[in-house]
Design a protein. Structure first.
Length: 140
C-alpha cells in the first residue's frame, strides 16, 4: 500500500479554492477602480523584495500595492471526523457503472492571509470587503 504513487492534486486544488475566495476584491480611489492583486506566498517574501532596493526611484523591483498574500500555515489530522477505514463510498463513474473507494483520511488545512498596503485607507477597504462574508471554518 505504501510506496504506490498517487497524486490527485488535493492540496493544490485546496490552495486554488482558497485563493478564489478573494479574487474579486476591489479598491476604489476617487473615480478609479482597481482590482487588488492576489499572490501565494508569505507576506515577509514581498516585504523582503521591497527592502532589497531602498531607493524608490529604482524601477528594478516593482510591487503593486495594495496586495493580498496567502500561504498554507498548517496541516493537521482531524480525528473527530475520522470514520472506519473499511467503510467505502460509491462514485458514479459512468451511466451504468459505479466506482467504489475507501473513505479518505480527514485533514485540516490552515491558511494565513496578509494584506500589504501603502496607506491605511486602502487596507481598511480590503478588510471591509472580506470580514462581513468570510467564515474562518470553511469546508470544501
Amino acid at each position: 500500500m505504501l510506496g504506490t504513487y498517487t497524486y490527485h492534486e488535493i492540496f493544490r486544488r485546496s490552495v486554488v479554492a482558497f485563493g478564489t475566495l478573494f479574487n474579486n476584491i476591489e479598491l476604489r480611489r476617487n473615480d478609479e477602480v482597481m482590482k487588488v492583486p492576489l499572490a501565494y506566498g508569505p507576506k515577509a517574501k514581498f516585504l523582503a523584495r521591497l527592502d532589497q532596493v531602498p531607493d524608490p526611484t529604482n524601477k528594478r523591483v516593482q510591487l503593486t500595492l495594495p496586495r493580498i498574500s496567502f500561504e498554507i500555515n498548517g496541516l493537521e489530522y482531524d480525528s473527530s471526523r475520522k470514520v472506519s477505514p473499511t467503510q467505502k463510498i460509491k462514485i458514479a463513474s459512468t451511466a451504468d457503472k459505479n466506482k467504489s473507494m475507501f473513505m479518505p483520511v480527514p485533514y485540516n488545512l490552515s491558511f494565513e492571509m496578509g494584506i500589504i498596503s501603502k496607506n491605511q485607507d486602502d487596507g481598511l477597504q480590503i478588510i471591509e470587503q472580506i470580514l462581513p462574508y468570510f467564515q474562518p471554518h470553511y469546508n470544501m
